[in-house]
Design a protein around this ligand. Structure first.
Ligand code: NAP
Length: 544
């Protein structure tokens, strides 16, 4: 479609929720997906200062030479804006002639605000939408950058500074928000080939004095766990290959300057933490089996000695552990999460558990002045390693916003389901009910195919080319054919999720015939000893 803009044009480009920013139209990068909305003309914009790029709709682009002063901010200037202006001015000086449209009218500030805050009367929309900074989030680690990786550190500082001014960039508040977390225009991701190096020594920085907890735990509970690998969940031994797995290339991530804690280095936690580190986040890890922290510390993570210590030393702590028992141990146990919570500390529970426990945890955290978000994830081992999870969230909206760069790093999409704690858990259980019944059905079909004299490979092929072709059916039928059940999604977790879905069905008197039958099959598979194997091992129960 012909437009007035051309490659190399210097422009103001405006991303939703952000002020107009100096940029340049450039050739699209193949790794950055075009926006799905084909009706609008989009241009691929390079942003000065952040050196980031993104697709921006033409209606949000203004020729710089026509509107040189229009978007120059006088108040609440985001950090990095001045540098971006200098860069565009330098480029403008080098231009042999200055292009002009002259006809295109800019929206007024009020129109701008109306675009950002649809449905709001003009006035002071910031009241409802501004993201407030978290307490103490700007504290810097004193030993950062000791590895001499100065240029990376300097770049990060500039980008983080810009990000930390998000108070200037109010976001619309909606009951539901679906954010495509790839494609953020805000910053360049480390290349997938970026080698992770220990940036900082792997010790926790001193806790803030006002929240001092004893740092040597008592003789039980979350003492640095035994180093014996035999204590680890069988499914979660650290693989040699872990550090070599590359995430799917993403256009841009500005890591939040906040300190991130992560509790639980199981299948999911490992992938998520690798992607947080790769994208430049500062992460402190803890796992019940301490040995699993080793590779992450080598890759630049700090290591906490217990959950309380991690929460205390970080601004936002994520947790992803096995089940309800694990969550309760972790949160309410000795030297558990609660003991590290003080006013403003943020806690994000990513484990799949029952909604009552989720609510209990939320209450306990908020009662201590903490901020809570539930955030179970959809996707298994490979999406976790590739940073392609789907994040379901409910709870404190402000915290959801603060998690933006983390969700960008670990996921391809995030969905905010509102303030009601439990909504994300219910969504997750429904999704996994579908997953559990589909894989159980596949297992029975493969078992039956054999009994009626069909070649299972033929069945798998037919499924893979027909309407039922999807990653789950394809991968799980391959696992059944090869009888390899390396855990991607441990079967015991699937059975737990079906059990929780059935309990939910009970509460609302929803008959769940199919899910109940599938649950029985998974129970049998567990009894046969396949609890820690992949969900596809349910075939063994079906064929037995
Ligand atoms: P996993 O590989 O089995 O790892 C479980 C994690 O929980 C390990 O870090 C384990 O520590 C820890 N843990 C278990 N009991 C504990 C306790 N009492 N106290 C403290 N830590 C404890 O599980 P995963 O696959 O990563 O799944 C984690 C959560 O995400 C589960 O709720 C699961 O339902 C959900 N999920 C999983 C998938 C998937 O495909 N795998 C997908 C979406 C959601 P050790 O290392 O010491 O055993």
């Amino acid at each position: 479609m012909a437009t007035g803009f051309e490659i190399h044009d210097l422009v103001w480009a405006k991303m939703k929720g952000f002020p107009a920013w100096p940029g340049k139209i450039i050739e699209p990068k193949p790794e950055v997906k075009r926006p799905a909305n084909n009706k609008k003309v989009h241009h691929f914009i390079f942003f000065f200062g952040s050196e980031n790029y993104a697709w921006i709709p033409e209606e949000n682009i203004y020729l710089y030479s026509d509107h040189r002063d229009k978007f120059k901010l006088e108040k609440r200037i985001p950090k990095g804006f001045k540098e971006a202006l200098e860069a565009i001015e330098d480029e403008l000086k080098e231009k042999p002639f200055i292009k002009t449209f002259k006809t295109k009218e800019l929206p007024s500030i009020d129109e701008e605000l109306a675009q950002i805050f649809p449905g709001k009367p003009s006035g002071s929309p910031q009241k409802d939408y501004t993201r407030e900074p978290l307490k103490g989030k700007k504290k810097k680690r004193t030993d950062a950058g000791k590895d001499g990786n100065k240029s990376m550190e300097t770049q990060n500082t500039v980008r983080r500074k810009r990000m930390s001014n998000s108070d200037d960039n109010p976001k619309p508040k909606k009951a539901k928000v679906i954010a495509k977390v790839t494609g953020s225009p805000s910053k360049i991701t480390l290349s997938p080939d970026h080698k992770l190096k220990p940036k900082i020594r792997a010790e926790l920085p001193s806790p803030r004095p006002e929240h001092n907890l004893p740092m040597s735990p008592p003789s039980h509970s979350y003492i640095q766990a035994s180093l014996s690998p035999g204590n680890a969940s069988a499914s979660t031994q650290i693989e040699e290959t872990l550090l070599k797995v590359k995430p799917v290339a993403k256009p841009s991530i500005i890591p939040t300057p906040m300190r991130i804690g992560f509790l639980g280095l199981g299948i999911m936690g490992q992938g998520m933490v690798m992607n947080l580190l790769r994208s430049g986040h500062e992460v402190t890890v803890w796992n019940r089996t301490a040995l699993k922290c080793r590779d992450f510390v080598k890759s630049g993570a700090f290591k906490g000695n217990n959950p309380a210590e991690v929460v205390q030393s970080c601004d936002i702590t994520f947790s992803c552990v096995a089940d309800t028992t694990a969550v309760k141990d972790l949160v309410f146990g000795n030297y558990g999460v609660l003991q590290g919570i003080s006013k403003g500390k943020c806690y994000v529970e990513m484990s799949t558990i029952d909604e009552e426990t989720m609510q209990d945890v939320a209450e306990a955290i908020t009662a201590r002045g903490g901020v809570f978000l539930e955030s179970p994830v959809v996707g298994s081992r490979v999406p976790a390693l590739e940073g392609q999870l789907i994040i379901l969230a409910a709870g404190e909206r402000k915290l959801y916003d603060e998690c933006y760069s983390c969700f960008e790093a670990i996921g391809k999409k995030s969905l905010y389901l509102g303030a009601d704690i439990g909504a994300a858990t219910r969504m997750k259980l429904i999704v996994n009910m579908v997953m559990g019944t589909v894989v159980a059905g596949l297992a029975e079909a493969m078992a039956m195919a054999e009994k009626v004299g069909l070649d299972q490979e033929d069945v798998a092929e037919v499924l893979s080319v027909g309407a039922l072709s999807c990653p789950t059916v394809i991968h799980k039928s391959q696992a059944i054919l090869s009888q390899r059940y390396d855990p991607h999604f441990p079967l015991q977790h699937q059975q737990k999720d079906l059990r929780l879905a059935l309990l939910l069905g009970d509460k609302v008197e929803q008959p769940l015939y199919v899910a109940s039958a599938a649950n029985e099959l998974y129970k049998k598979a567990r009894r046969l000893g396949y609890g820690e194997s992949d969900i596809s091992a349910v075939y063994r129960a079906a064929s037995n």
